[in-house]
Design a protein around this ligand. Structure first.
Ligand code: ZN
Length: 224
């Protein structure tokens, strides 16, 4: 970093100091001690093996059950224009030993679950993209956001309660993007915020496996 950009960053930090995304207290790592302790008590990191299950992904890691404080924070992040929370979420992953040592270290490429262009426009950001990109950067993994694309504007999965409706709604919703050849023979980790029925990530995994990915893992903040 050169001298001028260093000065620029110091000034920027004075005007907009980094805060803990969950409680807004000033904190350089975007996650304060108090919130870390609170989430540490809620956390139940699990890696589920799906290699013998009738799905296209091989494993799934999640940090939390989708309830209490983490559920509230995720909802705020998705629907309340709290895009700055992404650094606090990626911090929760980076500080998790199971995630860094037993999961992400086994992968070549990280991609986010894509959202449709229309949804991106109305929200202004893809919440999964921001977190996945930050984690990839910090774990020194290759990151791509256009390996798969959402090809039709299906109804938001969160608006459907029935499992079968969700599976039907998301079926064939993803298509290959411009970088698809990059995944051939690679181990690909797909990030989504919440794992509910697994229908969405399974459709992503299907495209990846059909195009030659050797192993597909899913990681989410929470599991419903
Ligand atoms: Zn905090």
């Amino acid at each position: 970093m050169n001298y001028i950009s260093k000065i620029f960053n110091i000034i920027l930090n004075l005007i907009f100091p980094p805060v803990c995304g969950f409680c807004n207290k000033i904190n350089n790592e975007f996650l304060c001690e108090k919130c870390e302790q609170k989430f540490e008590q809620e956390k139940s990191t699990t890696i589920d093996n799906y290699q013998n299950a009738p799905v296209f992904f091989d494993e799934h890691l999640y940090l939390f059950k989708y309830k209490k404080d983490i559920r509230e924070s995720i909802i705020k992040y998705k629907f309340d224009e709290k895009s700055y929370l992404y650094k606090s979420f990626s911090e929760l992953f980076i500080r998790d030993k199971q995630f860094t040592n037993q999961f992400i270290s086994n992968y070549d490429i990280i991609i986010p679950v894509p959202i449709h262009k229309k949804r991106f426009k109305s929200r202004g950001y893809n919440q999964s993209e921001l977190i996945a990109k930050d984690i990839a950067k910090r774990c020194k993994k290759t990151y791509f956001n256009n390996v798969i694309i959402k090809n039709n504007n299906v109804v938001a999965q969160s608006s459907l309660d029935d499992k079968l409706d969700r599976i039907r709604n998301i079926k064939n919703a993803f298509d290959v993007g411009i970088n698809i050849d990059i995944i051939k023979g690679k181990r690909v980790a797909v990030f989504d915020d919440v794992f509910t029925t697994g229908a969405t990530v399974n459709e992503c995994a299907k495209v990846l496996k059909q195009r030659g990915a050797s192993f597909v893992g899913i990681f989410t903040i929470a599991k419903a």
